[in-house]
Design a protein around this ligand. Structure first.
Ligand SMILES: Nc1ncnc2c1ncn2[C@@H]1O[C@H](COP(=O)(O)OP(=O)(O)OP(=O)(O)O)[C@@H](O)[C@H]1O
Ligand SMILES: [Mg+2]
Length: 302
């Protein structure tokens, strides 16, 4: 799959703080790329770097196979729709008036505006002043503004922020549809795995400016270290073989924590060699959320 976005050693420092640290992003074409990380990990800054809103301290950005620099960026940005941090619509104007400004600024056809508005299901709200919109409506208008130019790449910074579950579901369906049906590459950030898990096919996880994981959800699950539950007539032997402080779940069941999947046969062989009578062995699979939390090491905070 060709990459739409590739960065090489992308770095941004503010004074002494490295907020984006040697990122090598690889965003395949027509995927939904979930860009995850806790507050302050550098998601927005990275997106601003991709959009040339911020100058990198070092490193390179390549989009659509072309290096982004001073002379190329204007042309390249025409193919990118973006919504960074909060939507930039004028509150005292209606949705329709805001979209008209976008239309004139980007020299678009009315049909492009109508299509973008319909995509986010905002046709019924266009006569209302934006200051009277709910947060979800504002987000959706922001996405319509980003979509109006028919971008090949859409960069959305926390588009589900503040939305109710139905609103999140709608945005999720829209992202999936844009990627699958229109071949648009969608990069979407969030600090919540649950919001992104079902729409993203590729994940990039940022922590303190570093990319600690990049790959498919399946790759992430492969990183899991499930507990092994061993039913045995000799719980003492099983417990003793691995660690003296193993917690016994039941009298005949011993939990061996965090066994890499590939090492399961070896663990079982070791138990048998130690003389334990094994009645059953079961892996307790980990959810994506658990793997993610273990990887980022910030339980509950992401
Ligand atoms: N213009 C700036 N000057 C100095 N520091 C900045 C600037 N912009 C961002 N930072 C710092 O860079 C770090 C990363 O910020 P960034 O906004 O990229 O994080 P984020 O992952 O988007 O966080 P959030 O989830 O809260 O939106 C933070 O420590 C922030 O204070
Ligand atoms: Mg941010």
């Amino acid at each position: 799959m060709p990459a739409v976005v590739t960065t090489t050693g992308l770095t941004k420092k503010y004074k002494n703080q490295t907020v984006v640290d040697s990122l090598d992003l690889h965003i395949p074409e027509a995927c939904v790329y979930g860009f995850l990380g806790p507050n302050g990990s550098g998601k927005s800054t990275t997106m601003k770097l991709l959009l040339s809103l911020v100058e990198p301290t070092s490193g390179e950005v390549e989009i659509f196979g072309r290096r982004m620099d001073r002379s190329s960026r204007r042309h390249m940005l025409e193919g990118i729709g973006a919504l960074i941090e909060s939507p930039a619509a004028y509150g005292h104007l209606t949705g329709r008036e805001n979209m008209r400004i976008v239309q004139h600024m980007l020299d678009l056809r009315p049909a492009q505006i109508d299509r973008a508005v319909a995509s986010v299901r905002m046709e019924g709200q266009m006569g209302k002043k934006v200051q009277n919109y709910s947060l979800g409506m504002k987000q959706r208008l922001g996405i319509a503004m980003a979509l109006a130019r028919d971008p090949k790449l859409l960069v959305l910074d926390e588009p589900t922020n503040g939305l109710d579950p139905a609103g999140i579901e709608e945005i999720r369906d829209l992202m999936i549809r844009l990627a699958a049906e229109e071949g648009i590459t969608v990069m979407v950030s969030s600090h919540l795995l649950a919001e992104i898990e079902r729409m993203a096919t590729v994940l990039g996880i940022l922590q303190q400016g570093r990319l600690i994981f990049q790959g498919s959800k399946e790759d992430l699950v492969d990183r899991s270290l499930p507990d092994l539950l061993v039913d045995t007539a000799d719980p003492d032997i099983v417990a003793h073989t691995f660690t003296r402080s193993l917690p016994s779940v039941g009298t005949n069941r011993v939990r061996i924590p965090e066994v890499p999947v590939a090492q399961t046969p070896e663990v079982v062989r070791e138990l048998v060699t130690a003389g334990a009578r094994i009645e059953g062995v079961r892996r307790e699979e980990q959810s994506l959320e658990t793997v993610f939390i273990k990887l980022t090491g910030r339980e509950g905070l992401l």
